[in-house]
Design a protein around this ligand. Structure first.
Ligand SMILES: NC(=O)c1ccc[n+]([C@@H]2O[C@H](COP(=O)([O-])OP(=O)(O)OC[C@H]3O[C@@H](n4cnc5c(N)ncnc54)[C@H](OP(=O)(O)O)[C@@H]3O)[C@@H](O)[C@H]2O)c1
Length: 317
């Protein structure tokens, strides 16, 4: 059965996940309205990624994240909102001011948007908001699912606040979903996009001890999971958006090197990473998270790419 066309707003629409989601939704005939901070530039100063197919009859929605949507009425009549906006956590050294910007672009911006949606006479049925597996903190080799204890470091605390500011919508009867993303992999950007030139130049290697777990997910499965959650009327709450098979950083390094047919023999010692990146090194590269998609699997969601080695072979062929 073909699903009926829906009117869906997307924030962070120029981002890695947002641009791909907008294209996927448009290809299925949905009407996508992007929340637009600036029509020409994103935060890195590069031209924003555009969805593959444009729908000129659909108006974008101007917003200022720390203030809210310019005309709150623009949020009326939507079926769903997918909120992915947030300042990159890897674009600058984590000074106190930078950590504040990272937090505000998620917690304050989401809080303002949620207040505007909650005030609507007819809010959308679904609000899907980004979060991260960083919410579990550093868990070593312990397997974590959505029922596991949450962490207390900076990213864990931001993610918890990011999720909890959505609560007013639950009270309004909106189906609220938190997407706890692991590392989203695609050759065209994000973490893998940054690693590829190093590995191709034979400068790749394990990071620190290499024993830390990385919970990863292929971009295709990430988009598939968001689409599944949009369409599943019983789905609500937090979902880990990760493949069923997290790997250690050593395994990741070996699989990536094998897919590229390059050696990866230059390990980056923990102290050097800390010296170069400060606190960010621990949080993004050395911290361990062995998250599994407990709820998605329970509900029968099927991953196209459950295995890292075969995903990388196909992605990088
Ligand atoms: N990709 C991952 O591996 C991963 C892992 C865990 C969590 N997440 C989270 O999932 C969300 C989407 O990820 P992504 O990889 O698509 O991120 P991304 O490529 O960095 O895109 C995020 C988008 O947010 C908007 N944005 C940038 N700076 C902002 C600011 N200061 N305030 C408000 N909005 C801002 C921009 O979109 P516009 O220019 O269109 O406004 C940007 O393209 C992010 O919140 C990210 O933290 C991602």
């Amino acid at each position: 059965m073909t699903e009926p066309e829906q009117k869906i707003a997307v924030s962070g629409a120029s981002g890695l996940i947002g641009a791909s989601l907008c294209s996927s939704l448009q290809r299925s005939g949905h009407r996508v309205q992007r929340l637009i901070r600036d029509t020409s530039q994103n935060q890195t100063g590069q031209a924003a990624r555009q969805p593959e197919e444009s729908a000129p009859e659909v108006r974008d929605i101007p917003w200022e994240p720390l203030v809210g949507v310019t005309r709150p009425d623009d949020l009326g009549g939507l079926d769903a909102i997918v909120h992915l906006a947030g300042r990159s956590i890897a674009s600058a050294r984590w000074t106190t001011a930078e950590k504040e910007r990272i937090r505000d672009s998620r917690v304050e911006a989401t809080s303002k948007l949620v207040a505007q949606i909650a005030a609507l006479e007819n809010p959308p049925q679904v609000f899907i908001s980004a979060s991260a597996t960083g919410i579990y903190g550093d868990c070593g080799s312990q397997i974590v699912d959505e029922s596991s204890a949450l962490g207390s470091d900076f990213l864990a605390s931001v993610a918890q606040q990011w999720e909890s500011v959505c609560d007013p919508l639950v009270s309004r009867g909106v189906r609220v979903i938190h997407l706890r993303f692991g590392i989203v992999l695609t050759k065209s950007g994000g973490a893998l996009g940054k690693m590829l030139p190093l590995f191709r130049g034979m400068l790749g290697g394990r990071l620190g001890s290499g024993k830390q777990y990385w919970s990863w997910v292929a971009l295709e499965d990430c988009i598939g999971a968001i689409r599944y959650l949009l369409e599943s009327s019983g789905a609500q709450g937090s979902y880990n958006i990760v493949s069923p098979n997290p790997v250690t950083n050593s395994q990741f390094t070996a699989d990536l090197a094998a897919a590229l047919a390059r050696p990866a023999v230059l390990p980056a010692p923990r102290f050097a990473l800390r010296l170069a990146l400060g606190e960010m090194a621990d949080a993004l590269l050395l911290s361990s998270c062995r998250a599994i998609p407990g709820r998605l699997e329970q509900e029968g969601f099927e991953f196209q790419f459950p295995d890292l080695r075969s995903f990388l072979r196909q992605e990088l062929a």
